[in-house]
Each structure stands twice: as C-alpha cells, then as structure tokens.
Design a protein around this ligand. Structure first.
Ligand SMILES: Cc1cc2nc3c(=O)[nH]c(=O)nc-3n(C[C@H](O)[C@H](O)[C@H](O)COP(=O)(O)O)c2cc1C
Length: 186
C-alpha cells in the first residue's frame, strides 16, 4: 500500500484538490493521509458547495492541522511522499524556511528531510520576488517539485475537469501512478 500525504492549504484551487482526492480514492493501492489548513477550510467554503466534512471523507486518514504529534509529523512513519494542493505562498514560505508551526508544514519538513517526493501545486498570480525566491530555493532541493496548476491546451480540453485531469495525471506520474483519462503527448 502506497501512503501519500495530501496537504490542502488556503490558496485558490479547491476543486483541483477534491478531484485529486477522488482519483486517489479509486486506486486500491493508495492510502491517503490528509491534513488541511484553516485557510483551506475558508477557501473550500468559498470555492465549492461541499461541506468540510465531505472533503475530509474523501481521504483514508485525516489529521488535525494543530496536532504536530500526529503520525505524519514523524519521519519514522513511512510514506511515498506528499502533495500540497493547492499550495499557498504562505505555506511555500513556511516550507522554504523550515518554519513548521502546523502539521501541514511539519509534514512537508519531514518529507524533505527524509528525501521523499514533495510536489507543491503552488498558486498565486502575479508572483512577487519574495514568492519567486522562496520557490527557487525549494526547486533546488532534489526531491521537491514546483508544479503550478498551469492551463494546458495541447490536449484539447473541453471542460475545466479535463484541465484538472491533465494536472492530476502529471502530479501522480511522480508517484508512478497512471491516471486513466490522462492523455500523454505522443
Ligand atoms: C478565496 C481565497 C483565495 C485565496 N487564494 C490564494 C492563492 O491563490 N494563493 C495564495 O498564496 N493565497 C491565497 N489566499 C490567501 C491564503 O488563504 C492566506 O494567505 C492563508 O493565510 C494561507 O494560509 P495556509 O497556507 O496555512 O492555508 C486566498 C484566500 C482566500 C480566502
């Protein structure tokens, strides 16, 4: 069983996070460990018509972001890595500077120190020099990948969901997971 930690922070893009959790839920080889920030709770209410409890119900295990004693706060709890989707610039700053004052940040810190895959689906526009410096710093770490949810047109998407699937396919490829509807460039 592949354990993947999913962090949802308070950037825009909740439908993408929810879509990713739904895709992972259909995979019998994956176990999801979810932590969501306070900012994310606000953004979920703003951007979706789902209750927080319904989003949490999409994961196998859920952790309180204040609980820095949870299993995912320790490197001895083995996982395949972590995805932060969407990843706010505040969370980027916390990760880049090792400022782990909540479970989501601590779990990213652990993922980096254990040299496991960390995918940051960062979202902000425009990006300030502060954002770019933090992102550059993180992108130089071997196991960290900055993967902003960019619009892609070459796969001829018809819906926003098509665009999301393309993004989710790219994210999960990093964990060796193939997404059915993901169209690779031939
Ligand atoms: C509706 C909404 C959308 C937001 N979108 C973004 C965003 O795209 N990128 C970002 O960095 N912050 C965004 N923010 C601000 C963050 O939620 C805020 O900085 C928060 O403190 C982030 O904390 P967290 O990373 O712990 O969730 C948004 C806030 C709201 C309410």
């Amino acid at each position: 069983m592949k354990k993947i930690v999913v962090g949802i922070s308070g950037a825009s893009g909740m439908p993408l996070a929810i879509h990713l959790l739904k895709v992972l839920r259909t995979n019998p080889d994956v176990e999801t460990h979810l932590v969501i920030s306070t900012g994310a709770q606000m953004t979920i209410l703003q951007e979706t018509n789902m209750a927080i409890a319904d989003v949490l119900a999409l994961a196998d295990y859920v952790y309180d972001n204040h609980n820095v004693a949870a299993s995912i706060a320790s490197g001895t709890f083995e996982t395949a890595g972590m995805i932060v989707v969407p990843c706010s610039m505040k969370t980027v700053a916390g990760i880049a500077h090792g400022y782990s004052d909540n479970l989501l940040l601590r779990s990213c810190d652990v993922t980096i120190k254990e040299q496991r895959q960390l995918i940051l689906v960062t979202r902000e526009s425009p990006l300030s020099p502060i954002h770019l410096e933090n992102l550059t710093h993180l992108s130089r770490l071997h196991h960290v990948m900055i993967m902003p949810p960019m619009l892609t047109y070459y796969n001829l998407p018809q819906t926003i969901e098509d665009m999301e699937i393309h993004m989710i396919g790219k994210i999960l490829s990093q964990f060796g997971i193939e997404v059915d509807q993901f169209k690779r460039w031939q």
